[in-house]
Design a protein around this ligand. Structure first.
Ligand code: 13P
Length: 252
């Protein structure tokens, strides 16, 4: 079995700040009706914090795992409004997204803080999904790999390379998120190959997802690339049909 075959595929839906109890019930039912799992493909959804319990109950008998969209870097204490990794674990989460570009930009999360969140997630027994990606200006000025390399190395320096054997990395070019623009297969593959190389000895085993306007119509082409192991979805994860179509596209 080669490295590629050893790595399972993973499709993760990031619901962002969308949903209501009623809308979630329909979406969760659609997903559980349509996706019964696959030997080589894992699926997960990351609803807003307040709906984690609803999702956890709805997914109890399903192969779809649960994740959260962020986590605080501290264990517990006076951090009003924040959520600790142990709480996410308590609610049945397996994954947590850290360093999403919307949080880096809108909540001013720094590389160092993202590294602390990655560490806190693992300490709580969660699998972090570390998001990295360049802005449009960084790509156009030829600094994409430099930005991505810096985002990754800050975490590697904090936790060590070996910690990545229980982590997922997601490449999300900022200019492709929610814009309908997808990185070309060549652009995506170049960054995924770079990330794998930067991860050195563990690189061959780390699941690296692509995110940014992935839809049922372009998923298969992205998943055919040798270093793309799945997708981190935004908009497409709000439709059960689209989410499951993309999970099915990940079956080889
Ligand atoms: P879109 O799929 O809506 O572009 O969002 C991607 C994303 O940010 C997932 O985290």
């Amino acid at each position: 079995m080669n490295e590629r075959q050893r790595r399972r595929r993973l499709v993760v839906g990031n619901w962002k700040m969308n949903g209501s109890r009623a809308a979630n019930a329909g979406l969760l039912k659609g997903i559980t009706d349509l996706w019964s799992g696959h030997a080589n493909v894992d699926a997960a959804i990351c609803p807003p914090f307040v709906y984690l319990e609803q999702a956890s109950e709805a997914l109890a008998q399903s192969p779809v795992a649960l994740g959260a969209q962020t986590v605080n870097e501290h264990d517990a204490g006076a951090y009003t409004g924040e959520i600790a990794g142990s709480m996410l674990k308590d609610l049945g989460c397996r994954y947590v997204i850290v360093g999403h570009n919307e949080r880096r930009r809108m909540q001013s999360e720094t590389d160092a803080q993202v590294a602390d969140k990655f560490h806190a997630a693992q300490q709580a027994g969660l699998t972090p999904i570390l998001c990295v990606g360049e802005s449009e200006q960084e790509r156009e000025s030829g600094h994409a790999l430099e930005t991505i390399g810096r985002q990754l190395s800050t975490v590697v320096n904090r936790v060590g390379l070996q910690a990545f054997d229980k982590a997922v990395v997601a490449y999300e070019p900022v200019w492709a998120v929610g814009t309908g623009k997808t990185a070309t297969p060549e652009q995506a593959e170049e960054v995924h190959r770079f990330l794998r190389a930067e991860l050195g000895t563990v690189g061959g085993d780390v699941q690296i997802l692509y995110g940014g306007s992935v839809k049922p119509g372009n998923a298969k082409q992205l998943f055919a690339l040798p270093d793309i192991d799945g997708a981190l979805l935004g908009g497409a994860s709000l439709s059960a049909d689209d989410f499951v179509a993309i999970c099915k596209a990940a079956i080889e």
